[in-house]
Design a protein around this ligand. Sequence first.
Ligand code: ASP
Length: 441
Amino acid sequence: MESHSTAMSQITCKFGGSSLADSDCFRAVQKIIQSSDERKYIVPSAPGKRRPDDKKITDLLYAWHGLLRQDLDASQPRGMIAARFEQLATELKIAFPVHDLLEEIAKEAVKYDTPDYMASRGEYLNGQLLAKLLGAVFVDPAECIKFDDEGLLDPVTYDLLGAKLKGDTRFVIPGFYGSMPDGRIRTFSRGGSDVTGAIVARASTSRLYENWTDVSGFLMADPRIVPGAKRIDEITYQELRELAYMGAQVLHDEAIFPVRDSGIPINIRNTKDPDNPGTMILPARESKDIICGVAGRSGFTMINIEKALMNKERGFGRRVLTVLEEHGVSFEHMPTGIDTISLIVRDEEIANHGPAVLKAIERTCQPDRVSLSPGLAIIATVGQGMAGHTGVAAKLTGALANASVNIRVIDQGSSENNIIVGVEDKDLDSAVRAIYSAFTE
Ligand code: ASP
């Protein structure tokens, strides 16, 4: 590597499992990395699926751990893992003692009740392979990504990791795991290499966090509903949170926090289409577009409560929410009227508690009427450009009216960057299409 790279001109690159599924993928990744000296901190996932019916290495490791714990024959997952890494090493022409490494892993894994150690080995082995291919320094996160006793990231991580990442060379830091105060390996939740990438970007003070995956960024709407939906060029962390909440998932939920705090942008890129600029996730954006995306999902129930003069009754809302809390039901939205409160909850939250919750509301709030209406879909239309812009709600509701979609409930947060509408399940797709067209045409 040339030696002119300076702090803040470097890039952290995370490569997902589908970008490292076979040796051709590894070669493509190598090319991407080596095309820029700035790409200095590399975070790999474990090898993912090569075909839809293939197995992910991480899933095979979980299966291996489960069989080991029950003293059952684990030769099948272990054999499949060995074959995958052997093939990779042979095709990449890298000397890699797969069988010895797996033997060591099998011995160590029996010491663990939890699958974390075993599950982390996909990233560990893949990281070693990639470091060899790139001639990069391998950094084991067990030594520098630290969790506290509650399993939360210990901020000491940033100093420990930062110290390891000094020097004018490339580093490979496997994703998905770190260690507990007693030294035992612990993983993030599934998909957690995204989080590692964000931590590495922050610890290394990278100017950019590239997250390489198999799609060219986020789309403005689900392409199964809106074929040919446009790519989102720029989105803020906040807008992304709102779209991701509705199920538009590309990035792990927790991956934005480490970089958001230090203002490092995330760029979602496609390994199969490296020239595509993808989506940039930024602290703030010029809001030339009114909306950045529309996402919806079904599976909600509305609790409707009516009581004359509710607005004058102190503590009414508190009593309603206490009932939910006591039944362990969390709510998503709470649109209110003068004499009505509606609570929108996920079906699975209310599933077994419906009648009990209604009874308790009747008892503690004495409403005129309380009922449940299932079959609700929620659509979030998200965009910072909405704030202070007149006519956005009119456009949205007009589009729904033209598509003959009845709005059962509508809610706009005070930050004015999100309008939530609730429609019948059956209207979900046509509503999303109508809103998308209204704001993009
Ligand atoms: N390999 C882990 C998983 O499958 C972590 C990751 O890929 O980010 O969940």
